[in-house]
Design a protein. Structure first.
Length: 656
């Protein structure tokens, strides 16, 4: 079997930052970037130690930088002590107490603003309420909340008292909650009666009750419920308490609990290849350092920025670029409860206009859905406040990148196409807006101090132009520390014996072009082996979506094939109505010919299936595992309760 992945998508357009942007940037120009990279190469530990001393407030300064004695269970700054909430809130009380920290826009458009001083007092009050209900250092707290100021308060309050939080996305089912409560050994749940999305109320507390009734959750001692929707819900005394009742009589000052740099700040569950969620455990100091650094480096943070990351706090993007990074930087940020298409598809653009957002960070899935909903809509709004655009969560296909660049950014805003994972804690490979000439669909170059490489299946580095397996050769401060309760799975998943346990295995296929730029080609398990050619699914998806007159969105998976080993199966959402019968066959043939022209006949999809949408979680993540089951003709046995529209699955079973 070939040890490399063929990169067949050619993209050579370069978009350098303007001289004016470079001049004002926090990392200004390629020589400044190269100087940081050279410093990390010369003195790896000294580089990270300097940044940790300059950016983190320490209660007890560290003297040790990196402990590799029990690799791959690395420890950073491990004899120092700090507190994440102290670094996000207390540090601003003397310098900018009245600066707006959070601008919350509810689903119905109601806006609430809160200053750093007020946020500090709210966090302290709630932290005291948690302590009064028996929550303390090292306890695990499950948070199942709507996007809200209260979600931020809950996470920061846990950090303040050194409880380890585990946030579960508000669209997940009771079964998902049940699994995570048991795995984490949580003693408390923080939730709400309900949440609003797209004009609809979605209950939350009933799902918690259902999860706790499944059995095995004896560790739970308290449930705190924020009153958001006002709907009648059952409360079980003394276990359950309303948030406002729990806070009654609590002081609005709370001394932070100082913790070792390696104290588990949070556990965040992510999907694994076995189907059993993995509890990714992150540290306090190393994680916080990277969150703050990437605010300054990737987003070129300036004190007058209005920052908006559209993620949910249930995902790592919401942790790093809503709850910890922006607040540690002292930023003003927007938090949004609703969905991008309610009450209409101009919602995002209106919010950028109204709040004068300057840095906007969203997912390619959202971008593609907004193109489909109204590609010219951004032109109806004043988006001149924007200065940086970002993408996160998956590679962005070049056509969507170009639309984002032209229509949203007015051809003046650098796009930071960020590659990172739940496990990495923050960006690892990304353009820097004052440094990198961007290239559509490429995450470009690693950050200083990040030693990224592409290797074959034996761990040998590959030359430029070859595709292979993306690895990180040295540890970095914000990396995953372990899988909660399963260190063996951590080692097998990320430091496998195939690479002598030396390199962090990202699980993504990637290539590097002649400029040394990285392009992510999809998960290794999304690499197709067609007649001996290993093709990245992302490249075929990009080719399909580049048929701009027809295709709004596409997802590609493989299925076994007697002739070619694997066959390409494409699931396509058209810009127009879903076709049927002969019309579907005609459109499918046109798309097969298009892919053959764009990439080559080897990439031509054997199956093309049309749907009104793709199966996605409520956060917009495509459930590729379900698509693989459909492509193979297997019965779907997985939990589909988290899907936005389960009926889509029946549409996608029809081949063209």
């Amino acid at each position: 079997m070939s040890a490399t992945i063929e990169s067949v998508l050619q993209e050579d357009r370069l978009f350098p930052p303007s001289p004016e942007f470079v001049k004002q940037a926090n990392i200004s120009g390629m020589p400044a970037y190269q100087a940081l990279c050279d410093e990390a190469d010369r003195d790896f530990e000294g580089f990270w130690a300097r940044l940790a001393r300059e950016n983190i407030l320490w209660h007890k300064p560290f003297s040790k930088v990196l402990d590799e004695s029990n690799a791959p269970f690395f420890r950073w700054f491990y004899d120092g002590e700090t507190n994440a909430s102290y670094n996000c809130l207390d540090r601003h009380l003397k310098t900018q107490p009245d600066k707006i920290a959070l601008i919350f826009e509810a689903d119905d458009g109601k806006i609430t603003q809160i200053s750093y001083k007020d946020l500090y007092h709210r966090v302290c009050t709630f932290a005291n309420a948690l302590k009064a209900r028996g929550v303390g250092k090292g306890d695990r707290v499950l948070i199942y909340m709507p996007m809200s100021i209260e979600a931020v308060v809950a996470m920061q309050a846990c950090a303040r008292i050194a409880a380890t939080h585990s946030v579960v996305f508000g669209g997940f089912s009771a079964k998902s909650l049940h699994e995570r409560i048991i795995d984490a050994g949580a003693i408390a749940v923080i939730t709400a009666d309900g949440q609003f999305r797209g004009g609809r109320e979605i209950p939350l507390k009933p799902a918690v009750d259902e999860a706790l009734a499944m059995g095995g959750c004896d560790s739970i001692r308290t449930v705190v419920v924020y009153k958001r929707s006002g709907s009648a819900i059952p409360m079980q005394s003394p276990r359950d308490a309303w948030w406002h009742d729990a806070e009654k009589g609590q002081p609005n000052e709370c001394e932070p609990t100082w913790v070792n740099a390696e104290h588990p700040l949070f556990i965040l569950y992510t999907s694994g290849s076995t189907g059993k969620p993995k509890g990714v455990q992150h540290s306090t100091a190393g994680y916080l350092l990277h969150a703050l650094l990437t605010m300054k480096w990737t987003f070129d943070y300036k004190p007058d920025d209005i920052f908006w990351c559209t993620a949910d706090v249930g995902w790592v993007t919401g942790h790093t670029y809503i709850v910890y990074g922006p607040l540690a930087a002292g930023a003003t940020e927007v938090i949004f409860e609703g969905v991008p298409t309610y009450p209409d598809a101009g919602r995002f653009w209106k919010m950028i206009q109204d709040h004068k957002v300057s840095v906007f960070y969203t997912a390619p899935t959202a971008i593609r859905s907004l193109i489909k909903a109204g590609g010219d809509l951004p032109n109806k709004y004043d988006l001149k406040s924007l200065r940086i655009l970002g993408t996160v969560g998956e590679p962005i296909n070049p056509e969507a990148w170009m639309w984002y660049h032209r229509t949203v950014g007015g051809e003046r805003c650098p796009i930071v196409d960020t590659w990172w994972q739940t496990e990495t804690g923050g960006h690892l490979i990304t353009p820097l807006p004052g440094v990198t000439a961007t290239k559509p669909g490429s995450c470009t170059l690693p950050l200083p101090g990040i030693m990224a490489a592409i290797v074959d299946e034996t761990g040998q580095e590959l030359e430029k132009g070859k595709g292979g397996i993306l690895v990180i050769k040295r540890p970095w401060p914000s990396m995953i520390r372990t899988i909660w309760g399963d260190p063996d799975r951590f080692k097998k998943s990320y430091y496998p014996d195939d690479f002598q346990g030396k390199y962090y295995l990202a699980g993504d296929g990637a290539s590097r072009d002649k400029d040394g730029y990285f392009r992510i080609m999809g998960r290794i398990d999304d690499v197709l082996n067609v007649s001996g050619h290993r093709l990245g699914t992302m490249e075929i998806e990009s080719a399909l979506v580049s048929h701009t007159s027809l295709v709004a969105e596409a997802a590609v998976v493989g299925r076994p094939d007697d002739l070619t080993g694997e066959a390409v199966c494409a699931f396509v959402v058209l810009k127009g109505a879903r076709p049927y019968g002969d019309e579907a066959k005609k459109v499918a043939q046109e798309l097969r010919d298009w892919v053959a022209k764009e990439i080559g006949p080897i990439a031509r999809p054997k199956d093309i299936r049309f749907g009104e949408n793709l199966p996605k979680t409520r956060s917009g993540k495509i459930m590729r595992r379900l698509l693989r089951s459909i492509a193979k003709g297997e019965a779907i046995t997985q939990d589909v309760s988290t899907l936005e529209n389960p009926a889509i699955l029946d549409q996608l079973k029809e081949t063209s």
